[in-house]
Design a protein around this ligand. Structure first.
Ligand code: AMP
Length: 386
């Protein structure tokens, strides 16, 4: 591994030009870096932040070789890029994140098995290749969440199984969408969903950001509240878990760990994302260093930035037409609400269009303001902010 510090003036390649790339470019411009993004869409979000775009499919070898030639290092911003493409890049240019962690995070069975082998707590699971195996999983684990092994995100490719009668139809439904095997996880009755974003440099410096408390709607992240409503020992336990996973997997860059907090205050790892994470967007306006700057510092072998939280914050995603409703009332944008938009011109259901970081130390005031704009579900806000 090359530990040489990447100096300002260097060019960083981005595999993927979506909103995470866009925000990496915003942070990296201030650090003196230039960016080239490989993305099929020439008008991808990273383009609007000033990256040059190589418009080609992610797996296009000619484009990948061109990216390697034009850049001093390459980083990826999402998991659904083919490992073979990243391996090809690694043969030509420095890819500090590497392809190993990417390969793990693309495959739920490999990810959970590896974490389990290393002694980390994961949701109990069963590998399923047939209806009979799914029935066995139901008998052993009880209520289940049946998931595809790869390709699913934001709750896509998942079936909740709450009775034996649901086993066969759920298996048939998922079989129409994806190949075997599937993974059946015990349906966890968590108290809260938490996440921690942790960074690690090539020389092994590790730092976790404050733990976020997450609320999902239809399996898509709606909001992240920081500080989380958890006791200090859970905060410390989650941070330690993140840092230990980062070390065990030789992370370089940032990693988002999605966690379930159980009623007995123990934690289970649900999922890993070896890149900046949606639940870490709050760091842009509330922390000494954003997760995007931190990721670049890590891959560029700079010392990590401070992760101190300067203010309580609630991050709210703007999904689908929530964006239009937000824009209709821009004239009432509160002073403490910081809007981040992704320059996606087509609004689609379930599509992440932007987010709002509301920095304020009075959750009751945040609740009142957010309720008055009518964009987010009142009961969800009530539960998250009371
Ligand atoms: P995932 O795609 O694994 O991140 O899941 C999306 C969301 O579905 C999670 O944030 C949880 O809200 C829910 N979920 C996923 N797996 C489980 C599980 N095993 N038990 C309970 N809820 C789950």
């Amino acid at each position: 591994m090359n530990h040489k510090l990447l100096p300002p003036g260097a060019t960083i390649g981005l595999l993927g030009g979506g909103q995470l790339a866009q925000m990496l470019v915003h942070a990296g411009n201030a650090m003196g870096f230039h960016f080239v993004a490989l993305d099929p869409n020439p008008a991808c979000p990273a383009f609007f932040a000033g990256a040059e775009v190589l418009a080609a499919p992610y797996g296009d070898r000619v484009a990948l070789a061109e990216l390697a030639k034009r850049c001093d290092l390459v980083t990826y911003e999402f998991e659904n890029v083919a490992v073979s493409g990243v391996e090809f890049l690694e043969s030509q240019v420095s890819v500090p994140q590497g392809s190993r962690l990417l390969a793990l995070s693309q495959h739920r069975i490999r990810e959970k098995s590896t974490l389990q082998e290393q002694g980390f707590p994961v949701t109990p699971f069963w590998i399923v290749r047939s209806v009979a195996e799914l029935m066995e999983a139901h008998e052993v684990l009880g209520l289940l969440m049946l998931k595809t092994v790869s390709g699913g995100y934001d709750g896509k490719g998942q079936q909740k199984i709450t009775s034996a009668a649901a086993v066969e139809p759920s298996f048939a439904e998922l079989s129409r969408k994806a190949e075997l095997p599937f993974i059946a996880e015990a349906l966890v009755e968590f108290k809260q969903e938490l996440s921690v974003v942790v960074a690690r440099t090539p020389s092994g410096e590790v730092a976790g950001f404050p733990v976020g408390e997450n609320v999902h709607e239809k399996n898509i992240l709606t909001l992240t509240r920081v500080p989380a409503r958890i006791n200090p020992s859970v905060e410390a336990q989650a941070t330690r878990l993140g840092e230990q996973v980062a070390d065990a997997l030789s992370l370089v860059g940032v990693l988002g760990l999605e966690l379930f907090l159980l009623p007995d205050n123990t934690l289970l790892v649900n999922e890993l994302a070896p890149r900046p994470h949606n639940s870490g967007h709050y760091t842009q306006d509330a922390c000494a260093t954003s997760q995007f700057e931190q990721h670049l510092r890590a891959v560029a072998a700079w010392p990590l930035g401070a992760t101190t939280l300067h203010t309580p914050v609630v991050m709210l995603n703007l999904i689908g037409d929530q964006l239009s409703r937000m824009l209709e009332q821009l004239d009432r944008l509160p002073a403490a609400a910081h809007l981040h938009l992704y320059h996606k011109h087509e609004i689609r259901e379930g599509r992440k269009m932007g987010h709002l970081n509301f920095t304020c130390d009075d959750p009751a005031r945040i609740l009142e303001t957010l309720n008055s704009c009518g964009i987010w579900t009142p009961s969800l806000l009530e539960n998250a902010l009371r």
